[in-house]
Write a protein that binds this ligand. Sequence first.
Ligand code: PLP
Length: 435
Amino acid sequence: MSAQPLDVSRIKKDFPILQRTVRDGKRLVYLDSGATSQKPNAVLDAERHYYETSNAAAHRGAHQLAEESTLAYEAARAKVAAFVGAQPDEIIFTKNATESLNLIAYTFLNATTKAARGESLPDGAERFVLKPGDEIVVSEMEHHANLVPWQELCAKTGATLRWFGITEAGRLHAEEGISNLINERTKVVSLVHQSNILGTVNLLGLPFKRAREVGALCVVDACQSIPHMPVDVNNIYADQGADLVAWSGHKMLGPTGIGVLWGRREVLDSMPPFLSGGSMIETVTMQGTTFAKPPQRFEAGVPMMAQAVGLGAAVDYLNEIGMDRIAEHEHELTEYTLPRLSEIDGLTIVGPNTSADRGSTFSFVVDGIHPHDVGQVLDSHGVAVRVGHHCAWPTCQHFKIPATVRASMYLYNDFADVDALVDGVRDAQKFFGVS
Ligand SMILES: Cc1ncc(COP(=O)(O)O)c(C=O)c1O
């Protein structure tokens, strides 16, 4: 049975920013949720309420405010955990997905450095020790956040970066040469779940099954999937979970400044810390330090309490609507948008042009007009899209284009927003004399 359709006009009312106009009174058509989502009143109110009533440094102090703040912070952790089918102590709060992915890469670097100096490592941490000849596998459609940290790690350890290519249809080249690409030298396979530039939802079963066979760590960049579809980290592919999953709060209606790293408990237990300082310790003397258990081991310093509370409110809001309904709604938007964009002569969709296994993110180029110029005309219509390489430059290089126009949608978008996009592109064609 298909999920009940969303009442988008009611949902839009929950987002104060969507009530404003732009560019001389134009209705704001926000199609840039892939970059960051807008925030409902429930999230704004939760942050304000926290600051007005309970603000104090969590996990520090014996006074009532500190106690309330700690409870609020940990309650947010429990909500985020339940949202992805995890246990609270498997959820680490970071600044954003970029920091979550760097945390993993630095775990490898720190373990490798400690091993080279003959220092002791947590049980099971040998899998994080790299040597020249070891390999890390990503794909050509990664966001820079899931590419550059691995490039840096390879440069520092002598490991080699390898990658899956992309098909002309914008899908992962996941079958060709897989046993050669993922082999006994592979230590990590880190892949994006839904591409931020192509919209492709990657079927991670095949590469991760092979990664398991060779004992490699399975990492998922879920920045563009967890906000848009139900995701259970223990069941992300082929009835199994990944080992580590990273995403950002601000793309799922939450505040900026908070991201998440989920880790399988035994994997987190074996990871040496990333940032060090207050609250991530067990004991400290002038001679040395022992470290707390996860998640505290990875949360050095006063945490982002208000942002966590806001993220918890975002989770409540999404749960109330239902992730299955949101996914279904975005699928309907996709089924409407693909043919509407394809009607435009001279427009080429960069990414899958069928609605199966793809989200409601649409990159395209228009013959004879630079993407930045298309973006500017759209902006003059009140339509906010992103233009550029979307921090996925190698994907643009693959398709031999300098940039794309990207419209990325969410639960608060409707068919009228798609129509405004299409009208704006046609107007750009008229303006530049290419229609
Ligand atoms: C697929 C993907 N991964 C990682 C990131 C990085 O997220 P953040 O900038 O919030 O760290 C983004 C942001 O656009 C993304 O789309």
